[in-house]
Design a protein around this ligand. Sequence first.
Ligand code: FAD
Length: 484
Amino acid sequence: MRAAPILVWFRQDLRLGDNPALSDAARSGRPVVPVFVLDDDTPGDWRPGGASRWWLHHSLASLGRSLAAAGSPLVLRRGRADIVIGSLLRETGAGTVLWNRCYEPWAMERDGQMKADLRAAGVEARSFNGSLLREPMTVRTAAGEPYRVFTPFWRAVSSSPDWPEPLAAPDRLMPPETAPASDALESWGLLPTTPDWAGGLRQAWQPGEAAATARLRAFLDGAAADYADGRDRPGSDGTSRLSPHLHFGEISPRQVWAATRDAMLSGNRPEHRRHAESFLRELGWREFCYNLLYHFPKLPERPLNPRFEDFPWQPDSAALDSWRRGRTGYPIVDAGMRQLWTTGWMHNRVRMIVGSFLVKHLLLPWQEGQRWFWDTLVDADLANNAAGWQWIAGCGADAAPYFRVFNPVLQGGKFDPDGRYVRRWVPELAALPDRLIHQPWTATAETLRRAGIRLGTDYPLPCIDHKRGRDRALAAFATLRQAG
Ligand code: FAD
């Protein structure tokens, strides 16, 4: 008779390599039942958005193929996680459940409760760190407080890299005697059908562990060598584009760290150090955002700086709509919003520009931007998204001060000087010369005619004058100062 199987509950760790829960189960020599639960109990606002659901479908398909090839097929179930895991324990006779930890507030609450209930029922329930270099509960200031400033946080984490080397994927998983029934992935309806808007996503991305590893390799062999400078130019592929792979756990930060160290920090290429450190620092921002979410679980809803609770936002659905559709009349903003809509991703520099435009020029609450990103980003991530929006709105930890209002024309000229990014995503402006591409409204009638543009018809006039928007934002901010 075979030993009782072990359930491995996959969540945001959709990979076989460097997966501590899976490796622990495989090492035991007992049968392994890998399971993924589509948890109907996720709070409504934070159910995966459309782009995330598309990614999840393909990532699960890829994980399912890898697990089947390793010997034990993935079991898909839908429902409340505690109920589903409970019935799988009964069906399989398993006495152990293993998982890698998540840090969303509701997931931590659910998992803590489940661990206690399972243990009380005599089931062995253990969890592991599979998603972070250092977990938030292990990082505190000398005074025992959570870090609220990035630089000392990253110094504390990166100065003593004490995390283990990445684990190899298990060669072989022993299947249970009888495979539990699994839902068909297609029956979950994660893919858009009417209409199928995912064509741009399919063109831009290949979800799954193998694709994540290939993307990291391609980055280290290419753009990484100029990362510190190239990362701010949205017109070229200067960043890794690992964010959705990291969010779904198709690759772990330990794997990214180790591969970067081996490719760029060891050996005799000192010119690579600056770029490698700059790249790893961005992984550090990911750690910092998780640290903030862990210590301030209201981060996605409430400003970290309470002075911003009473900020006089000016809800305006027409302005919000023009921002979402990439029709504000500011080419760099519109290019970003259209890149997002088409590919499910936006360059970090442009996320900052469109974010600043929403909360400052349009005086719309940062939560509106966060919500739109949540639905449209393939890398939508509660910690990174909430911390990113609070940072740009000036109310977060170590945030950009509210009074620093990005000028979209200057930002465009500085980071997209040849207009390559704008031409790609706002093709109706493509024929304008470089010096006008970020401010088409300053072109003469003759230049516009030659470029084939009817401003206000083919492409909108600016929805708000920059100076007016800036003055209005600063006046709104001043009311806080008086109140404070
Ligand atoms: P790279 O430059 O190659 O960086 C490597 C990795 O580091 C990224 O994959 C990501 O995991 C992490 N990283 C990089 N920059 C940041 C950052 N500023 N904060 C946290 N982690 C970072 N990132 C998300 O993953 N999900 C989100 O939902 C998200 N929302 C954001 C919202 C706003 C308003 C802003 C300003 C930023 C947001 N970011 C988010 C952070 C950042 O824009 C993306 O992580 C980055 O653009 C992803 O591209 P990349 O993988 O090529 O990054």
